[in-house]
Design a protein around this ligand. Structure first.
Ligand code: NAD
Length: 358
């Protein structure tokens, strides 16, 4: 039994992870929770029968009844992750791990001193079954890639959650605290970007690291890092950007928009390989347990053929926490570990430094 401590009890904890962790009774036992909101701590501790509850996350990390820590709070996660590893705890870090290349390096250095511990990053899209099928089909086929198109054009969570399953909000926090955190995140982005970035560039960087990271990281698993960032253009309000990334022999286009008002969650990866196109679509993670699908269009002996893999109902969030557990008990390394995520930290900063406002 792995005794688990949760830091941050908001949307990610309540909607994405707690329902799966509860079903892993016998593998995980939640022994401690921490949130700056006392009210949320009390609510979750009562609902899930959790023994220890803290408003200071460092106290949770030090708690002797905790073997592994899940970091799901707002803000940069590297410092809590380092503290957890130093305290001898396995750690699951929700994305983004950090925006800061130097913090990523420090975290990797601490991890190297603790090879016995698991340090996993929550890139859920990479544990989606249709994604894994796409990767398998790509590996089995020699056809060269001619083009990759990916996007994250999303209506964010509040609309879906209002209409499906609303998480409990903290009622005891001063709204000024949230504003201060947003201010701090912008200040950190300004420091990291250098050269007095404009507002659109800052917002697009936070968007890229916060939600674009899912698909860009998934694409990196499929086809590796790009050779160069050719174009990075952001809209004046910072809420939409388009990238052209150069690979050996082909380009990839990635587009993200995060202020759309249409009720649509349009997140996908398309890989063109001459006579074949694979198209993976992700449905909204806010409505739980939607199936995923992979569509493969091919020209076979002059005939058009479309094959669909799925619908697959296995939940990517369940898959990733099961993988966290498996790696802990089998002393294995997850594919999405901190060394893997550090590749993204550098890539995202490289991209964001190139953002030009349209
Ligand atoms: N994998 C996914 O699809 C996915 C989806 C949503 C969020 N996330 C990630 O999960 C994390 C949290 O996002 P969220 O949507 O749950 O945000 P949220 O604002 O709903 O919840 C964050 C919680 O952290 C608490 N908190 C803030 N600072 C804290 C601190 N220092 N110590 C303890 N608690 C603290 C807040 O009070 C709040 O309850 C982010 O890193 C986000 O990127 C991932």
């Amino acid at each position: 039994m792995v005794r688990l401590g949760l830091i941050g009890l908001g949307q990610a904890a309540q909607i994405l992870h707690l329902p799966n962790l509860e079903r892993m009774e016998g593998q995980f036992k939640i022994t401690a929770v921490a949130d700056v909101s006392r009210e949320l701590c009390g609510y979750i501790a009562h609902k899930y029968h959790v023994e220890h509850s803290f408003v200071d996350a460092m106290e949770l990390i030090a708690c002797p009844d905790v073997d592994a820590v899940m970091i799901m709070c707002a803000g940069d996660h590297a410092d809590y992750a380092k503290a957890a590893l130093r305290a001898g705890k396995h750690v699951f870090i929700e994305k983004p791990m950090t925006l800061d290349v130097e913090k990523a390096k420090e975290l990797m250095a601490v991890k190297e001193q603790h090879p016995e511990l698991v340090a996993m990053v929550g890139y859920c899209r990479r544990y989606n079954e249709s994604f894994l099928k796409m990767k398998e089909l790509l590996r089995q086929d020699e056809r060269p890639i001619s083009y990759v198109r990916a996007r994250t054009m999303i209506l964010e969570g509040p609309w879906y959650l209002e209409n499906t399953w609303q998480e409990k909000k903290a009622g005891d926090l001063d709204p000024a605290g949230r504003a201060a955190m947003q201010q701090a995140a912008a200040g950190e982005a300004i420091r990291l970007l250098g050269n007095q970035p404009g507002r659109a560039q800052i917002l697009a960087f936070l968007l890229l690291a916060g939600s674009g990271c899912h698909i860009l990281s998934a694409v990196r698993e499929l086809i590796g890092l790009p050779k160069a960032v050719r174009t990075a253009v952001v809209s004046p309000n910072g809420m939409q950007f388009t990238l052209i990334l150069e690979y050996d022999g082909f380009n990839m286009v990635f587009e993200e928009m995060n202020d759309q008002k249409v009720v649509d969650f349009d997140e996908s990866i398309e890989i063109y390989q001459g006579t074949r196109k694979m198209h993976l679509r992700y449905d909204s993670p806010y409505i739980r347990s939607l199936p995923s699908r992979l569509e493969v269009s091919e020209l076979v002996q002059g005939q058009a053929k479309v094959s669909t893999y799925g619908p697959d109902y296995r939940d990517m969030f369940a898959n990733e926490v099961k993988e966290f557990y498996r790696c802990i008990v089998e002393r294995d390394t997850p594919k999405c570990d901190i060394f893997d995520a550090a590749e993204d930290v550098k890539l995202f900063l490289d991209i964001a430094r190139k953002f030009a406002v349209s």
